[in-house]
Design a protein around this ligand. Structure first.
Ligand code: SAM
Length: 236
């Protein structure tokens, strides 16, 4: 479903520049976590050298590879887009500190990975997109080792009328322990600046910018009806 999008987005220098602003060039995310957010996620994961991080909805792999490389850890990325996964595999040399990297085309609710293969799990801006967030969290729990930690960035619905995002994100993690929720409203101005820049730049010549401008208009009513957050929890 995301393959056609990835073909357009990775071909647009303007789109890459908007998402990559303020981050190391290698990351090239299609997500809205700013640099201080990446550092915060890294501190919550507290990866050890040689440990294995599984990145749920890895996209083109940059955020997960950057996080693993900071600690000399390895990464296994999972995404349903074969275009994104092929890009991720071809980009691993950009992250010299990585212990290892491999990428799998699969659904985040059914990764096919062995149970307990992950020392830690990260998922950057994916949970709000999946049809069954509870199934994704069950799969995260299954692949984590006992005591292993997950860090998820997402948005939660707070309004009564707009239901694009899940409600009660912490409630998805009740089978896990040490659940912590961090509101991150300070990440939102950068996200909205990216949207505003896309709307202004959209002159019909760049399909990737047109996609982003369309998303910006769809998200507009959610600005008052959602909250930006990070959730972390441990497998019992
Ligand atoms: C907003 S992008 C974030 C990508 C990456 N985490 C990043 O930060 O650049 C969301 C990603 O989730 C993936 N995705 C959405 N639904 C999925 C599902 N059910 N199973 C696997 N991947 C999914 C998309 O293909 C896309 O790569």
């Amino acid at each position: 479903m995301y393959d056609e999008g990835y073909q357009r987005w990775r071909a647009s220098a303007r789109h890459l520049a908007l998402f990559g602003e303020g981050l190391p060039d290698s990351i090239q995310p299609f997500s809205f976590v700013p640099m201080q957010g990446m550092e915060f996620v890294s501190s919550l994961l507290a990866l050890s050298p040689g440990s294995t991080l599984v990145d749920f909805g890895c996209g083109r792999g940059g955020p997960g590879m950057w996080l693993a490389a900071q600690a000399g850890a390895g990464v296994i990325g999972v995404d349903s887009s074969k275009v994104a996964v092929a890009d991720a595999a071809s980009r691993q040399d950009l992250f010299p500190g990585l212990a290892s990297a491999r990428f799998v085309v699969a659904d985040v609710a059914d990764t096919g990975l062995p149970s307990g293969c992950a020392d830690a799990v990260v998922s950057i801006d994916v949970l709000q997109l999946v049809p069954d967030p509870a199934a994704m969290v069950r799969e995260i729990t299954r692949v984590l080792k006992p005591g292993g930690r997950v860090v998820v960035t997402t948005w939660e619905n707070t309004g009564v009328e707009v239901e694009r995002f899940p409600s009660d994100i912490p409630g998805l993690f009740t089978e896990m322990s040490d659940v912590e929720v961090y509101g991150r409203p300070e990440w939102l101005p950068r996200q909205y600046a990216i949207y505003d820049a896309a709307v202004e730049a959209d002159d019909g010549t760049d399909p990737a910018i047109a996609d982003l401008a369309k998303e910006a208009k769809m998200i507009e009513p959610l600005r008052e009806n959602s909250r930006r957050l990070v959730v972390t929890a441990s497998r019992r």
